[in-house]
Ligand binder design. Structure first.
Ligand code: TXA
Ligand code: MG
Length: 323
């Protein structure tokens, strides 16, 4: 494949996208979290194309995106009472549930497992695409495996040009971090991947405390892989060091992503994000990719308190900083 088209989602491009999916092809599309690389969820060969296009390890299952309850019922064996409460509270939205899969979902989507990750996105273009296909769409984030998740169509194009025929460009993603993943098979929610829906709000909606992962709960395979790595080195910097200007930034090769004021000399790449942890979450992946595009060799990133949405931000940052 060589040509990749980038189109705004409208009636015509959505029909084109649905046709590509129906034929077993791939389409990248926006969601409120990050862009996804979609294929028909009920088509094993199409799912395998997703792995190939991303260079994704075959042991890392995909998320199935549904538009409504009827599609959910086709994807899972049973909606547990816990899942029901979380769905009522958070769908459509950035919450992925792990449940027992139905016989319709091929092993190529679940990496051979008996469980399936399912989510109902809130983004209108994502919902319109699923509806146009009339079936669930399996989609991981639309980045090359190991790279930061894409939050704009340009990010997708950079990673997947020539590997996907169509990218639906819905503008920048509102949340900017991937969905919260919760194992909802038992009585208590188990958070497998942190996201913008926090543990506190999950526990409140479920009416029970969270259960810690580990023990019999399966870890989310993808969270063990190397992730979120831009081409530049990432170094975490506590706010106090930023505020005091106490980072030895080299003016040519270094960059800074920060919230607190930086009193020192501006490095070649500097981005200040005003606002709380949610604003930081929205800006994070874009900043990592922009720093990389600006030729930054070492990017200093100010940390945020490790709670609420900040927990998800710090989870991604620690992985980005791991070498
Ligand atoms: O916000 C999101 O979740 C985005 C958008 C496109 O929906 N998708 C996304 O997909 O982040 P991906 O493939 O990059 O991450 C999916 C994660 C992986 O860590 C994978 O291991 C986990 O979901 N996962 C998928 N199926 C699972 C299962 N049955 N049990 C446990 N974890 C699962
Ligand atoms: Mg991903």
């Amino acid at each position: 494949m060589s040509r990749t088209r980038v189109l705004r989602p409208d009636e015509k491009s959505l029909a084109l996208a649905a046709g590509l999916l129906r034929d077993g092809g791939l389409v990248a599309f926006p969601t409120e979290t990050v862009y996804g690389l979609g294929a028909r969820a009920y088509d094993a060969a199409a799912a395998r194309r997703v792995y190939k296009a991303k260079g994704r390890p075959s042991d890392n299952p995909l998320i199935v995106h549904v538009a409504d309850e009827a599609m959910l019922a086709d994807v899972v064996k049973r909606v547990t009472p816990l899942a029901r409460r979380l769905i009522d509270a958070f769908w459509p939205g950035p919450l992925t549930l792990i449940l027992e899969k139905s016989a319709r979902v091929p092993g190529a989507v679940t990496a051979g497992g008996r469980t399936v990750a399912v989510r109902c996105p809130g983004h209108p273009a994502a919902r319109a695409l699923i509806r146009a296909l009339g079936e669930p769409i399996a989609a991981p984030s639309a980045n090359l495996s190991g790279r930061p998740s894409p939050t704009t169509a340009a990010h997708v194009l950079r990673d997947l040009r020539g590997r996907v025929p169509l990218i639906l460009d819905g503008g920048p993603c509102r949340k900017g971090l991937e969905s919260t993943i919760v194992d909802a098979r038992g009585l208590r929610p188990v958070v497998l991947r942190h996201g913008t829906i926090t543990g506190e709000s999950l526990s409140r909606a479920a009416g029970v405390p969270l259960r810690a992962p580990g023990g019999s709960a399966p870890a989310s395979p993808g969270t063990g892989h190397r992730h979120y790595a831009p081409a530049c080195r990432v170094i975490l910097a506590p706010p106090a060091l930023v505020r005091r200007g106490a980072l030895a930034l080299d003016a040519s090769g270094d960059g800074l992503l920060h919230r607190a004021p930086w009193p020192g000399r501006r490095p070649a790449f500097a981005r200040r994000v005003r606002g709380g942890a949610s604003a930081y979450a929205t800006a994070l992946f874009s900043a990592l990719r922009d720093a990389e595009a600006a030729g930054v060799r070492t990017l200093y990133v100010e940390t945020v308190p490790d709670r609420g949405v900040g927990r998800a931000v710090m989870d991604r940052l620690r992985r980005a900083a791991r070498r």
